[in-house]
Design a protein around this ligand. Structure first.
Ligand code: SAM
Length: 264
């Protein structure tokens, strides 16, 4: 997957791109990420990238020409999907990550990281295919959102995450949240691992996990169950459980909650 990033703070990306799964994916050439300093694409002596806003008001606005030159140059004659990170964009979610990953795998992706009051509107109009937001709050720059996106996209590249299964079972895949996970030691603060997980009965473990995924979703994100495609994908047991459990207090059913309260 080819990713090109445009920013005035390329140094922010260095540790991120050389650590953990992303670092390994780059070493294995599964991920080809290059970060460009927008100032390389300026033409004045001071390498300026911002100016006062037309119409007055506070703050500075990033000027259009370096962005337009940069986006065209890093496309390297190809036709990459060009994403402006912006709080005004479509909110990033799992479905959009998958869509973007498919586009990035096909033709590469260019990420534009704004700063200051934002970027001159004509950049969006001329060299941007889509605006993406990582949530309804405002950060000081698009660099962290770009890293969020790169990490989410990289998990879609076969071979980046060791077991394809762990991505397939992640929260939101199949519409539900992930089931709870446990590892050694067997007892923590008086809370034992659910017996089924040490039973060796794989069918029972699968059923338990399906049931716990449903419980977690009901307790933490009941809105997901309102989605028709999620409701349609439930197994017969999950549907039965949903009907049975209607009206129960959700948090009481989550094994992780008492541990959190106790440790405070
Ligand atoms: N004045 C802009 C507005 O209210 O829409 C916000 C500009 S913000 C201070 C500077 C840059 O941070 C933006 O151009 C964008 O690249 C990035 N940014 C801030 N919040 C973001 C978010 N929630 N998602 C994606 N990018 C964001």
């Amino acid at each position: 997957m080819r990713v090109r990033v445009l920013t005035i703070f390329p140094e922010l990306f260095e540790p991120f791109l050389s650590t953990s799964l992303i670092g390994k994916a780059r070493e294995k050439d599964l991920l080809d990420v290059r970060v460009f300093d927008l100032r390389q694409f300026t033409e004045d002596r001071h390498r300026s990238v911002d100016d006062e806003p037309y119409g007055g008001g506070g703050g500075m606005v990033m000027t259009a020409p370096p962005w337009i030159r940069a986006v065209r140059m890093v496309a390297e004659g190809g036709n990459p999907w060009r994403v402006l990170l912006s709080p005004q964009g479509a909110r990033l979610d799992d479905a959009r990550v998958r869509e973007l990953a498919a586009r990035a795998a096909e033709s590469g992706i260019v990420l534009l990281c704004g700063r200051y009051e934002g970027i001159d509107e004509r950049v969006r109009q001329t060299v941007v295919d889509e605006e993406i937001s990582i949530g309804d709050y405002v950060l000081s720059g698009g660099e962290l959102p770009a890293m969020v996106l790169i990490e989410a996209l990289s998990r879609q590249v076969p071979g980046v995450v060791g077991l394809a299964d762990s991505v397939a079972n992640d929260s939101f895949r199949g519409g539900l949240l992930d089931y709870p996970h446990y590892t050694r030691p067997p007892v923590v603060e008086g809370l034992a691992v659910p017996a089924v997980l040490t039973s060796g009965d794989h069918a029972a473990i699968r059923r338990w996990r399906e049931s716990e995924a449903l419980r977690a979703t009901r307790a933490k994100r009941p809105d997901l169950l309102e989605r028709p495609e999620v409701a349609a994908a439930l197994t017969r047991e999950q549907r039965r459980e949903l009907e049975k459990g209607a009206g129960r207090e959700e948090t009481e059913r989550l094994p992780a909650q008492p541990a959190l309260v106790k440790s405070r």
